[in-house]
Design a protein around this ligand. Structure first.
Ligand SMILES: Nc1nc2c(ncn2[C@@H]2O[C@H](COP(=O)(O)OP(=O)(O)O)[C@@H](O)[C@H]2O)c(=O)[nH]1
Ligand SMILES: [Mg+2]
Length: 287
C-alpha cells in the first residue's frame, strides 16, 4: 500500500484498522465454512544451524500436528550433516518440506529469508516461526494457529497463566531480565517479547519492511513484535511449556546477550527506522 503524500500517521493507522477488520471478517467466515481447520493454510519457518539430532523428529512432529502444513527449513552452512538431512527430508516430503541453504550465518537474516520465501512462493494465511530443538514443541501448534485467527500475531508465551519455563534457573533468569528490559523499552503490549515461537497472520508479516531490520541475531523476535506493535497489529499470548533442548548445543552466547541489550536500546532510541514496506520516512505510524 503506497502512502500518499502528506498523509498523516493517524490516517494511515485508521486505514490499516479498517482493512484489517475486513480481512478478519473474511477469515472467520472461511474458517467456519470450511469446517475443521486445515494445516494447508499454514507454513512453518524453521531456522536450523547444527540440529542433526533434532531435525527429523521436529519436522515429523510439525507435519503430524498440523496435517497439510508446509515447512520451510532455513539452513546456514551447518557442519554436522543437518544440510544433507534437510535435503533428505525435502525429498521424502515433496511439495511439503522446502529447504533454503544459505551461504551465511545469522538467526535474524535466516528468519527474514524464510519469511520472504513463504510470502513470495505460497499463499498461506498463517506463518509460524519456531526453533528446531523442541524448546518449542509442535504439540502447541494447533492452539497457536487457532489463536492467530482472532488477532494478528499469536505469541507462544512463557509468561502468562498456564505457561511453564522448564529450563535451568540461569537461562530462565536471562529470559526474565531480557523481558523486563524489553517491557521498559517497548511497553506492555506483550509480556514475552523475547521468545521465538509465534504465528503471524500473513498480512502482518507482509506489511513489514524487511530491508530495515536492525537485528543480526536473537533480537529479531522482539524487533518484529515492536515494529508490528507500532503498526497497530494486535497480539494474543498463548501459554506454552518451554523446555530446554535435550539434544545438540545452544548457539546463544553471553556475547549475543550483551549485543541484544545494546541493539534493543538503539532500536528504541532510533525508533526502528522504516517500519512498513512501501512507506517512506522514519516511523510509519506514531507510537
Ligand atoms: N539458520 C540459522 N539458524 C540458527 C542460527 N543460529 C541459531 N539458529 C537456530 O535458531 C534456533 C534457536 O537457536 P538456539 O541455539 O536453540 O538458541 P537458544 O534457544 O536461545 O539456546 C534453533 O533452531 C537454531 O538451530 C543461524 O545462524 N542460522
Ligand atoms: Mg533453543
Amino acid at each position: 500500500m503506497a502512502r500518499s503524500q502528506g498523509e498523516s500517521g493517524a490516517s494511515l493507522a485508521w486505514r490499516r484498522r479498517s482493512e484489517l477488520g475486513q480481512s478478519n471478517a473474511a477469515a472467520t467466515l472461511t474458517d467456519a465454512a470450511s469446517g475443521p481447520w486445515s494445516g494447508r493454510e499454514v507454513a512453518v519457518m524453521l531456522p536450523v544451524y547444527n540440529e542433526r539430532e533434532n531435525l527429523r523428529p521436529i519436522v515429523s512432529g510439525i507435519l503430524e500436528s498440523l496435517p497439510g502444513v508446509s515447512v520451510v527449513i532455513v539452513e546456514d552452512m551447518s557442519t554436522d550433516g543437518s544440510a544433507e538431512l534437510a535435503d533428505q527430508l525435502q525429498a521424502e516430503h515433496p511439495g511439503q518440506v522446502t529447504v533454503l541453504h544459505r551461504q551465511a550465518r545469522g538467526r535474524a537474516s535466516a528468519g527474514i529469508a524464510g519469511f520472504r520465501h513463504i510470502l513470495e512462493h505460497t499463499s498461506v494465511r498463517y506463518i509460524v516461526e519456531m526453533d528446531a530443538d523442541f524448546s518449542h514443541h509442535p504439540r502447541h501448534l494447533p492452539a497457536l494457529v487457532r489463536a492467530a485467527q482472532s488477532c494478528d500475531v499469536a505469541v507462544g508465551s512463557r509468561l502468562v497463566r498456564g505457561a511453564k519455563d522448564a529450563r535451568p534457573p540461569l537461562r530462565r533468569w536471562v529470559s526474565r531480565c531480557a523481558n523486563i528490559y524489553a517491557r521498559l523499552l517497548f511497553g506492555g503490549a506483550v509480556r514475552d517479547w523475547s521468545g521465538g515461537f509465534k504465528c503471524y497472520r500473513r498480512e502482518a508479516l507482509a506489511a513489514l519492511d524487511f530491508d530495515s531490520i536492525w537485528s543480526k541475531g536473537f533480537t529479531i523476535g522482539a524487533e518484529l513484535l515492536w515494529k508490528l506493535h507500532r503498526l497497530e497489529f494486535r497480539f494474543v499470548e498463548v501459554p506454552i511449556t518451554f523446555e530446554d533442548r535435550r539434544l545438540g548445543a545452544s548457539k546463544f552466547s553471553a556475547k549475543d546477550m550483551w549485543r541484544g541489550f545494546d541493539l534493543l536500546l538503539r532500536l528504541r532510541l532510533g525508533r526502528g527506522g522504516r517500519l512498513r514496506r512501501g512507506v517512506g520516512g522514519r516511523g510509519g505510524v506514531r507510537s
